[in-house]
Ligand binder design. Structure first.
Ligand code: GDP
Ligand code: MN
Length: 397
């Protein structure tokens, strides 16, 4: 569950990580009223669950309430990476002397938490990692260990925090780590952590993601005004549609429609496609033993996605039967029709029956199968993935 900046900052406050006094508003009039009661100038920050708002024009300044109202009108019309701006966070503008980066995340390969820090804040940490890797320092911490004060002080020093603020910087590092653990976070990031002209350290941004499966352990999130499940509001239209149909689905930025069986096979298919130089347009899971109707709906999601150039299907029949899979595909072909090339393979439970259903349907209506290549166990999965990448390339060219 990703938190909005204003929610993340509520958590920061709870852990005494310094933030500016902030207000949240969702109409230009509310913004006007808030700014009338605040120290000016102010910064107006679009609240969307994505980064890079600054670059996208979602962070603006205003000298007074009138200007803030006008700026708010513009911001509330904005869509940042497809997400409409519905709320604005307003804070007194700070005079920035230096921007740092500070983050905590999980190193899944090492089963450790890792603190990432840099004197190069305010920019994408991914970009810094690529261009100036030596400007990033990392410190691994075991989940059951605390960070020693001297380690925190060393990190603050390595970030370039001035000596007279080293203690304060170290305290922020320790508090962010404490918050991360207490709230079962997956990511907690302050970018930028700001050194103000008058010598204070302030968290100017907050990016916090909590583990969805652990939110039941934190009923107090509601008292902090953190809304549960607000990701719903940030789903793409297709993800919403899939959710309504009960299909776990995620949009990705490639062009190969992934039509897998279960989630595990879906992930493997994703790897295969990447291996052969393609990019998946989605991730999807059919769930165990899907009905033919559900299979048909999965295909509707892919066929109606304009980014999808070719469809890669892989059905490994376990609890799920390949004949049901074949029936589902036929429902889709008859009721909806396929507008893109598709290649797929069936193995496992009832695969021969599945292939037989397709062969018969093809005999009856060859035109319907014009853009479909179906395979059974005789064709290795690699061949199917490779073919899907080819089909997408041909269609894209
Ligand atoms: P992001 O682009 O979504 O990461 O949004 P941020 O909250 O990090 O803001 C982007 C940039 O706007 C920051 O790196 C700062 O340079 C600038 N910014 C944000 N708040 C303030 C502020 O109060 N004063 C000044 N001078 N700049 C700010
Ligand atoms: Mn930021």
């Amino acid at each position: 569950m990703r938190l909005y900046e204003f929610e993340g900052k509520e958590l920061f406050k709870k852990f005494k990580i310094p933030v500016m006094e902030a207000r949240v508003a969702s109409t230009p009039d509310e913004v006007y009223k808030a700014v009338s009661e605040m120290n000016i100038p102010v910064v107006l920050k679009s609240q969307v669950l994505t980064g890079g708002r600054g670059k996208a024009g979602g962070i603006k300044f205003a000298e007074g309430a009138n200007e803030a109202r006008t700026v708010a009108e513009e911001l509330l019309k904005l869509e940042i990476k497809g997400y409409p701006v519905e709320k604005i966070l307003i804070e007194p503008k700070v005079a920035i002397k230096q921007e740092y980066y500070l983050g905590v995340t999980i190193d899944r390969a090492k089963y450790k938490l890792v603190i990432i820090a840099s004197g190069d804040g305010g920019v994408d940490i991914e970009e810094t990692a690529e261009k100036n890797p030596d400007k990033i320092v990392k410190k691994e911490v075991s989940i059951n260990e605390d960070l020693y004060t001297f380690d925190a002080l060393l990190l603050a020093k390595q970030m370039g925090i001035p000596q007279e603020l080293a203690k304060e910087g170290a305290a922020i590092i320790v508090r962010l780590l404490t918050m991360f653990k207490k709230y079962d976070a997956k990511l907690a990031e302050i970018n930028p952590l700001v050194l103000t002209a008058d010598g204070q350290l302030i968290a100017a941004d907050a990016r916090v993601s909590l583990d969805d499966d652990a939110t039941f352990r934190h009923p107090d999130l509601a008292d902090l005004n953190v809304e549960h499940r607000h990701e719903e509001g940030e789903m793409t239209p297709r993800e919403k549609q899939a959710t309504e149909w009960g299909i776990p689905y995620l949009d990705l930025d490639g062009n190969i429609g992934m039509f897998p069986g279960g989630a595990g096979f879906g992930i493997m298919g994703n790897d295969f496609v990447h291996h052969f130089g393609g990019k998946p347009a989605n991730f999807m899971d059919s769930g165990g033993g899907p009905s033919p109707e559900r299979i048909a709906k999965m295909l509707v999601l892919l066929d109606e996605n304009p980014n999808v150039k070719a469809i890669f299907g892989a059905r490994f029949g376990g609890i799920s039967r390949c004949d049901d899979f074949a029936k589902g595909v036929l429902i889709f072909l008859n009721e909806h029709g396929l507008s893109k090339p598709m290649v797929f393979r069936m193995t496992g439970n009832m695969w021969q029956e599945g292939v037989r259903i397709f062969e018969e349907a093809k005999k009856e209506n060859p035109a319907m199968f014009e853009h479909i290549e179906f395979h059974g166990i005789e064709t290795p999965i690699e061949e199917i993935a490779k073919r899907a990448v080819e089909l997408a390339e041909e269609a894209g060219a």
